[in-house]
Ligand binder design. Structure first.
Ligand SMILES: NC(=O)c1ccc[n+]([C@@H]2O[C@H](COP(=O)([O-])OP(=O)(O)OC[C@H]3O[C@@H](n4cnc5c(N)ncnc54)[C@H](OP(=O)(O)O)[C@@H]3O)[C@@H](O)[C@H]2O)c1
Length: 312
């Protein structure tokens, strides 16, 4: 069977560039959207050229030009979008509605993977303001996909390791301290941390797997389901030293939000749901959905311990 041809939208992004690499390494003919709007952003242009050197095809297309998106979709079988959705960087999730229109018109796409890659938005109907916008926007895209009748896979990737392990689960930090840490309450709520390169590989594995068609795929590597306290312990062992620990209550954490910018508040409410509420681990995966490390046991995922060695 010929492998699916893949279009990556948002390929220059933090996750997107890893999806490009994974798609190539899995042997897919890989197309990356090149948006003329990036202008003279030399870093992006160089990155796109490096993709080309590695065997990708660059395809010009703009979210302001419907036909260009339709034409890009017509070249491939699968579209994966990794457009931005982190407010402190950029949040463009609803632009995907234009991509959904293009996929619908193109009519040939066997699978669309929208930009999700985090907490399952379908489980976040109760989410707090202002962070709920992330989940609401992702649900709006899901609604459009459903209405257009487009086959899909939704990837619930849990916590990107770079943000959560890098900061020992503290918002606003992405390099782990060797001195101190603030625990969320008792620090015993479990989160799930996934190396972004592993997220990309699992994602690519799903694209022609019939078991993942029209499903949510949760990425829950067993060894990486840990509390903040356990993450800190792993770090302490690596550096051979105990950190000074203090604790913040949920009320104190929420009151801290008041002085922050809108973008920071969005991020803080996400941390609240993960670290105080346990929104990633307080449910069982239902029979209708699937888990990536069970589907692909041959993939040797990166453990939290191994991920954290890079900070030594
Ligand atoms: N679970 C977690 O912990 C976690 C953490 C971070 C992100 N995420 C999720 O992962 C996904 C990707 O996030 P990311 O941080 O990788 O994204 P990112 O690096 O901030 O941006 C990805 C790409 O989005 C495209 N983009 C940005 N602004 C655009 C605009 N105005 N018009 C069109 N395209 C635009 C750009 O691609 P091009 O220039 O190549 O077109 C950019 O490189 C999001 O859904 C986000 O919510 C999850």
């Amino acid at each position: 069977m010929n492998k699916s041809k893949v279009l990556i939208v948002g390929g220059t992004g933090y996750l997107g560039k890893r999806l490009v690499k994974a798609s190539l390494s899995e042997g897919h003919e890989t197309y990356v959207l090149y948006r003329p709007e990036i202008g003279v952003d030399i870093e992006k242009v160089q990155l796109l050229l490096s993709f080309k050197e590695q065997g990708c095809k660059l395809v010009s297309g703009s979210f302001n030009d419907h036909i260009s998106l339709v034409n890009a979709c017509k070249l491939v079988d699968v579209v994966i979008c990794a457009i931005s959705g982190v407010h402190i960087r950029s949040h463009q999730i609803l632009l995907q509605l234009k991509l959904v229109d293009a996929i619908k018109e193109a009519g040939n796409i066997k699978r669309f993977l929208p930009s999700e890659f985090g907490t399952d938005p379908a489980r976040m109907g109760h989410a707090m303001e202002p962070g709920r916008i992330t989940f609401d926007d992702k649900m709006e895209v899901r609604k459009a996909i459903k209405e257009a009748g487009i086959p899909f896979t939704y990837i619930s990737a849990n916590c990107f390791a770079g943000y959560f392990l890098g900061g020992l689960c503290q918002p606003g930090f992405i390099i782990p301290s060797t001195h101190s840490v603030v625990l969320f309450g008792d620090g015993n709520i479990k989160g799930i941390y996934v190396d972004e390169d592993d997220i990309a590989i699992y994602t690519i594995k799903t694209i022609e797997d019939p078991r993942t068609l029209n499903k949510t795929v949760y990425i829950r590597p067993t060894e990486n389901i840990l509390s903040q306290r356990e993450v800190v312990e792993i770090w302490e062992k690596l550096i051979g030293k105990e950190l000074q620990k203090s604790s913040i209550s949920a009320e104190e954490f929420l009151s801290l939000m008041k002085g922050q910018s809108y973008e920071e508040q969005v991020g803080m409410t996400h941390y609240y749901h993960v670290c105080f509420e346990g929104c990633l681990t307080n449910f069982e995966i239902g029979e209708e959905d699937v888990e990536a490390s069970n589907l692909y046991p041959q993939i040797k995922y990166t453990t939290v311990h191994d991920y954290m060695k890079r900070y030594l």
